[in-house]
Unconditional design. Structure first.
Length: 291
């Protein structure tokens, strides 16, 4: 299993501090989730011999030079014949993320403390300032990160057994009764290669209609519910797609879901610029400069 950690420091922008994955495959889901908020993406499509998992929006205690909360992203990749230890580690990360969200809607909890301990402010700043490439410090961070992830409490066999047997395509709030075990059971099946499809915790969807287009195959969706949607929304089946299974297409336009597009940093910056332009025009008009 390959594990990659992305964050930023006080002065340096977001980048992978140990090693970077081969592609930014998660960008295909930008219409349904924002990586600065807690989310999880898991893809194990039919015909592929590997799985990919992304956990993002894990908050740090650190802030950047603008006072904004820094977050972590974990990108993991493995083969379907990966060892049980790797599967247990990914399930441990997923169950820990869900447990942290149950305690705090912004996800502050065990994962935050774990990653802050592995990548404190001084080390994050030093690694992000250094030229990219393999070196002993980055390899040491990867070793410590892998060990810390492996030490997380795995999903219980009881939860995995309870969660099996749900419909091939479904959506539910992350806090709905039975939703978390069902999600972990699906994730376990994808990692082991028993099933193919996708399983996601999304933060820009609020109902089944919002999830339209995420995937045409087997799919499990949890509504994160911190900013959009109801985290207790009961589990319901998603309609079967009309087209044959395939990978998700990139959205026609960038940005989040239309319901929450105004929440994105770009949208807020554009709105602020428009307001400032209007104020400046008004001042110049009153001063007689424009006429």
């Amino acid at each position: 299993m390959h594990i990659h950690l992305r964050t930023r420091s006080y002065a340096h922008d977001y980048a992978f501090v140990n090693s970077a994955p081969g592609s930014r495959w998660w960008d295909a889901f930008a219409h349904w989730t924002a990586t600065e908020r807690p989310c999880l993406l898991a893809v194990a499509e039919e015909g592929a011999e590997h799985w990919r998992v992304l956990l993002s929006g894990i908050p740090s205690v650190r802030t950047d030079s603008g006072g904004r909360r820094i977050y972590y992203t974990l990108a993991l990749e493995g083969a379907h014949d990966t060892g049980e230890q790797d599967i247990a580690a990914v399930l441990g990360l997923a169950s820990c993320l869900l447990a942290d969200l149950a305690e705090d809607k912004d996800g502050h909890g065990v994962l935050s403390g774990l990653l802050d301990g592995i990548c404190p402010a001084a080390e994050a700043d030093r690694l992000l300032a250094a030229p990219s490439g393999s070196d002993p410090d980055r390899e040491d961070l990867t070793t410590r990160l892998s060990a810390a992830v492996a030490s997380l409490e795995p999903a219980s066999p009881e939860d995995l057994a309870t969660g099996r047997g749900h419909a091939g395509r479904w959506i539910a709030g992350r806090a709905a009764p039975g939703a978390a075990p069902a999600f972990l059971a699906r994730l376990s099946a994808l990692l082991s290669g028993r099933e193919h499809g996708q399983a996601h915790l999304l933060n820009l969807v609020s109902d089944a209609e919002d999830a339209d287009g995420v995937s045409r195959g087997r799919l499990a969706v949890l509504v994160e519910g911190g900013k959009v949607g109801d985290p207790a929304m009961p589990l319901e089946s998603l309609p079967e797609p009309e087209a044959p299974p395939g990978a998700p297409a990139l959205p026609d336009s960038p940005g989040g879901h239309p319901k929450v597009r105004w929440r994105t940093p770009m949208a807020r910056a554009s709105l602020a610029a428009l307001v400032l332009l209007s104020l400046l025009t008004g001042i110049l008009w009153i001063s007689g400069v424009l006429f």
